[in-house]
Each structure stands twice: as C-alpha cells, then as structure tokens.
Design a binder for this molecule. Structure first.
Ligand SMILES: Nc1ncnc2c1ncn2[C@@H]1O[C@H](COP(=O)(O)OP(=O)(O)OP(=O)(O)O)[C@@H](O)[C@H]1O
Ligand SMILES: [Mg+2]
Length: 290
C-alpha cells in the first residue's frame, strides 16, 4: 500500500498537478478518516482541478452542483416529476435523482461548487446527509449513503462582494483546505503545461505572462488581479502571433486576455486598457529581446 507522500506524487503525476504537495497531503489525510472537504481559495487557484483529481483517484463518480442564490433543495436532492407522478404514482420511476441523492446511492463524490452562494434553506438539506449519511426522501425512501460517498465543496474567500458566509452548522461538517496563489516558478510550469508551450520560445513566453499577471495582483489601481487563467490565455494568444517578441503584440494580446479578468478600484480614472498597457510595458522593459 502506498504511503501518503507516494499517493501525492501519484496524484500529481496522473492528473498533471504542479506543486500543491502540502495541500494534497492534507487532503489525503482527511480522506483517510473519511472527512468531507471544503477547499477555499481565490478564482483560478486550482480548486476544481484538485477536486476532480481527488474524486477520480478514489475511483468515485463525480456529481457536480454549481451553486447560486437560486439553488433550491430539489436541485440538490432531486424531485418527483409531476407528469410521471400522475401516470405512475409516487414510485422510484417518477423520481429524478439530484446530485446529492445519486452520489449517496452510488458512493460518488459530490462536488459542490461555490457552496457559499447556496441559500441557507438549501444548506440544511446537506446536514444529515453529511453527518449521518442519511437522506430522507418523503414518499419514496430513506437513503443510507454508500461507504464511498463524500463531498468536496469550494468557496471563495468571504472578502468578495456578493459572497455570503456558509452557516455554522454546515461549516462544522467540513475539513478546511486553503489554496493560496502558487510561487512564480510553479505558475510558470502550469502556464507552460496548460498552454502547451513546448517549443523553444515557450519558457520566455511563460515567464513574461506570469510576470504580467503577477503585476495585476500588485497594482494599486486594481482591486482584483488576474488568476492564472489570464496568464494561460495570454501565453496561448501570444504564441500564435507571428512575432512573440513584438511589444505591440504583447500589449494587444494582454488586453484581450486580461480585460475581463481584472477589476479596477473605485475612483480610478485611467482605463483598463491603459493600466494593462503600462503593466506590459514595465514587464517587457526588463526583458531582453535580442
Ligand atoms: N497546480 C496546478 N497544476 C496544474 N494546473 C493547474 C494548477 N492550478 C491551476 N491549474 C490550472 O489553472 C486553471 C484554473 O484552475 P481551476 O479551474 O481548477 O481553478 P478554480 O480554483 O476552480 O477556479 P474558480 O474559482 O474560477 O472555479 C485550469 O486550467 C487548471 O488546470
Ligand atoms: Mg472552479
């Protein structure tokens, strides 16, 4: 049997996850004692990627629910289809299983994306399921969870606008794993891998893209900087231009890649385009294009 650090290495290799060794070790530890996980982190830090890898590694079916303020208990649990109830009655065939009920039955991994956006009334449907592995479906049956059933939820940090905090009762049922931004060297490896930059200029493109995105996270005019997705998009775009040593091409592709991924502070008078252009110029200034 593999030990925890061998399992982590295997997961990194099989699912092409760069770094995250410590976080994966903590996740493995939590899974060893059958705990449910909540992965917290900013947009694009790899929450979904890691959740899918864990689910697949433990050979469980992945049932996903993306939460919003409109997510109702029936979206999670399931519901009786009215026309079928009329023709057949309250039977198994009339019931449409939701992701919670089906993953409990099959022993799957329930992936609850952005759990903090789920209304409190819906959160309550999860409580006994996660705690005791029991889900009551009125007029049908009581489901007892398969022993492989578990849940991985994600949430963005509470500082974000429009994000509510999940209830104490629900929080109590999860083990907390936090994902920060990764160090530049790891981000560069991720960009190279995800943008398929295996040609000779790839290293330089990945480095510049990482630096540009990093600057958006440390700029006083920007409230929310870009995630690594911005760097991956930028690297893909610039690598397809005719000349990836052209300042004009870098500015153009950076505006395309980053415009929708950053948010300016209130009261900033410069435009997003100007701010992105200045960041690109300052990064390129330090690069040697010979
Ligand atoms: N450690 C990593 N190794 C390899 N790829 C990664 C890693 N972290 C992030 N990525 C890549 O970065 C991108 C964003 O990751 P992902 O979708 O998992 O983020 P997220 O935290 O779920 O974002 P969101 O909050 O927007 O849902 C994906 O292309 C993913 O494959
Ligand atoms: Mg995600």
């Amino acid at each position: 049997m593999l030990n925890a650090s061998e399992i982590v290495k295997e997961i990194q290799k099989r699912y092409k996850i760069i770094g995250r060794t410590e976080e994966l070790e903590n996740i493995i530890l939590a899974r060893l004692v059958d705990k449910n996980l909540i992965i917290e982190g900013e947009v694009g830090v790899g929450k979904t990627r890691i959740a899918k890898a864990i689910s697949s590694f433990y050979d469980t079916e992945f049932a996903r629910i993306d939460c919003s303020e409109e997510t109702l208990p029936h979206n999670l649990v399931g519901y009786f289809d009215p026309p079928l109830v009329i023709s057949k009655g309250y039977l198994e065939e009339s019931y449409i299983y939701g992701p919670l009920a089906s993953s409990m039955l099959k022993g799957g991994c329930l992936f609850i994306n952005e759990i903090n956006r789920m209304p409190e009334s819906t959160q309550n449907s999860l409580l006994t399921a996660l705690d005791e592995g029991i889900l009551e479906i009125p007029k049908l049956k009581t489901i007892k969870a398969h022993k492989k059933f578990f849940a991985i939820a994600t949430q963005n940090p509470a500082a974000h606008v429009g994000v509510t905090v999940i209830g104490e009762a629900l929080k109590d049922r999860f083990i907390w794993i936090s994902l920060d931004f990764q160090p530049p060297t790891e981000e560069i490896l991720i960009i190279k891998q995800e943008a398929n930059l295996d040609n000779s200029g790839g290293e330089k493109i990945a480095q510049i893209s990482q630096q540009i995105v990093d600057q958006t996270r440390n700029n006083s005019s920007i409230r929310r900087g870009s995630s690594i997705r911005g760097a991956i998009d930028l690297a893909q775009l610039i690598s397809k231009t005719e000349n990836s040593d052209s300042t004009k091409n870098w500015v153009n592709t950076a505006v395309m890649a980053l415009y929708n991924k950053i948010e300016l502070e209130d009261g900033v008078t410069s435009s997003k385009k100007e701010i992105i252009t200045n960041i690109v110029l300052s990064v390129l200034n330090k690069v040697d294009f010979q």
